[in-house]
Design a protein around this ligand. Structure first.
Ligand code: J2J
Length: 535
């Protein structure tokens, strides 16, 4: 059975699965309930959100945006994010979910692939000049006709309010099918080239509705969106879309720090939150919240990177609410521990797949199934897992098997009850605070710098970050390496902040494996040792 057929069967009891129609359905059902609250305490009901989105969609349509156009959303967790996202879906355009901390190199590469018509940026020009970036992108990418800024900035580009003022007749409903692409998500890279993940209306609708059911989302819940809302975890696992589907309230936070999140939890009686392990650790260890009343919390979901058993236990003890592990990927497959699982399962495993139709294979290097209980690479195929990246035939040939299984690159094993345990990965990827960074990309950026002969990037286990990025640099003969300068040069070159190495080491000879490849394990040991030796 194809993914399309099987997702349509799983969705069969719900006809409203075109994402562009969801908001108006929610507004009809939940009209006066609060959909969104921001850090300043401003609230929007479902009806108000829908009205703003309709106006913006009208404006975007007047400005020439059409169904099927691509539009990049590069926004933090503000109301503007939601206006843009839903207005694009309403027009039938396809949002590309960029992360707010991505910078020029990423945005440029993504635009080269997706050729968006529109680019949505925040008004916050204090820390980073998004408008200047947008202007550079416009001069480089011919497709980019419309830059939309969220806020009141008086600039030549169209801002959200301006577009609403432009609003013409209601935007026509697009002709769409559940098999059409609804959103383009970002893939955590293993190569220097970014990849886009095309999720269809049908599969994504299933993704958040089935997840919401499994996670016990309900009408009276309040979800705190503290990780970027454009990430698959926060967006749809079950995340903000799962919350809206149930008529709950989403509280948005731009900052992830305890000082800001804890008062929001207390003030808005937050019931559900999704965190990555390093953030969960900060929250558990943070003393700031000791005075805060967190008794409203019912469920803390942790995913995106390995959650240590000790931290899992601490979370349960300290936060006093239910813990759920989520092992997901923007490509599709979602595994959850179940709410009624025994505590030891929740602490020790990453749960099992969302759908009965998810297929999981655990294989060796020759793609042969490993014996029961042993570790192997996870391959998956299923109703909401993609069969290929957007316009990436070379990548697709290596990332998918001939019979359509996605090669996750994760090393997993299954316990006796069928729950998966993530043991590591075979991909050359660094998982820093849940953000996936391609070692190859960092190496490439550094190798272009003055004085660098060659560079190798490795992920080093780190108390705070989960993994930190360490780069070993072999200088050109007669050159020396100045780490702070390297960092400045990388930032100036437009490398996204979170990809800039945390540790830079010089090396004169590479340690080699028996196969004469660079011995990355040895590099990890050297980096760890040098870091602990340095004052
Ligand atoms: C270990 N590794 C994990 C976990 C993801 C929900 C939750 C997370 C993501 C996500 C997501 C892990 N333990 N619990 O999209 O909807 C690593 C694996 C995986 C990769 C996917 C969602 N949860 N990982 O993290 O696309 O290596 O999605 O293949 O960003 O994160 O990364 P990403």
């Amino acid at each position: 059975m194809t993914a399309d057929m099987s997702v349509s069967r799983l969705n069969q009891y719900n006809k409203s699965l075109l994402l562009g129609r969801c908001l108006s359905q929610w507004a009809q059902t939940y009209g006066e309930r609060i959909a969104l609250v921001n850090e300043s305490g401003e609230c929007l009901t479902y009806a108000q959100l829908q009205e703003r989105v309709e106006r913006l969609a009208g404006g975007l349509y007047m400005a020439g945006l059409r169904a099927g156009d691509h539009a990049m959303v590069h926004m933090p967790n503000t109301f503007g994010f939601f206006y843009s996202f839903f207005a694009l879906l309403r027009v039938g355009a396809i949002p590309i979910m960029a992360m707010p901390n991505q910078r020029e190199q990423d945005i440029d590469a993504l635009m080269a692939i997706a050729q968006p018509t529109a680019y949505f940026i925040p008004d916050d020009v204090g820390k980073y000049d998004y408008l200047a970036l947008a202007q550079r992108m416009q001069s480089k990418h011919e497709s980019l006709r419309l830059v939309v800024m969220d806020g009141d900035a008086k600039c030549e580009t169209r801002d959200v309010q301006l577009l609403e003022a432009l609003q013409g007749p209601t935007c026509p409903w697009p002709e769409q099918d559940e098999r059409d692409t609804a959103v383009l998500l970002l893939s955590g890279g293993t190569t220097g080239t970014p990849k886009l993940i095309p999720r269809t209306h049908g599969d994504y609708f299933y993704n958040f509705t089935a997840s919401a059911k499994l996670c016990g989302f309900e009408r009276d819940m309040v979800f705190l969106a503290v990780l970027p809302a454009g990430h698959n975890f926060t967006l749809a696992s079950p995340g903000v879309l799962g919350t809206f589907q149930c008529g709950g309230t989403v509280v948005t936070s731009i900052s992830v720090s305890c000082d800001e999140a804890m008062p929001l939890i207390e003030q808005h009686r937050v019931t559900h939150v999704a965190l990555v392990p390093p953030l969960a650790k900060l929250w558990v260890e943070g003393r700031e919240w000791e005075d805060s009343d967190l008794s409203s919390l019912k469920l803390i979901q942790v995913g995106g990177a390995r959650l240590e058993t000790g931290l899992a236990r601490q979370l349960v003890d300290v936060m006093g609410c239910q813990l759920q592990q989520v092992f997901g990927m923007a490509e599709g497959l979602l595994c959850y521990t179940r709410l009624d699982d025994p505590l030891e399962t929740i602490i020790h495993t990453q749960g099992c797949p969302l759908s009965p139709e998810d297929e999981v294979r655990i294989v060796d290097e020759d793609d042969q199934d490993v014996p029961k209980g042993q570790v192997g690479q996870l391959l998956t195929r299923g109703p909401y897992t993609i069969r290929g990246y957007f316009q990436a035939s070379a990548q697709n040939a290596s990332s998918f098997t001939e019979d359509g299984f996605y090669r996750s690159g994760d090393l997993v094993r299954r316990d006796a009850n069928g729950n998966l345990i993530v043991e590591g990965r075979i991909k050359e990827q660094i998982n820093r605070c849940g953000e996936k960074i391609s070692a190859a990309e960092v190496e490439e950026a550094i190798s272009l710098l003055h004085g660098v002969h060659a560079a190798t990037a490795v992920g080093i286990p780190d108390e705070l970050l989960g993994e930190r990025i360490c780069v070993f640099i072999k200088p050109k003969s007669g050159q020396t390496i100045d780490p702070p300068r390297i960092k400045i040069a990388l930032r100036e070159g437009g490398l996204s902040d979170y990809k800039v190495p945390d540790q830079i080491e010089t090396i004169s000879e590479w340690p080699l494996t028996a196969a004469k490849k660079i011995d990355k394990r040895r590099l990890v040991a050297i980096a760890t040792q040098r870091a602990s030796a340095s004052p």
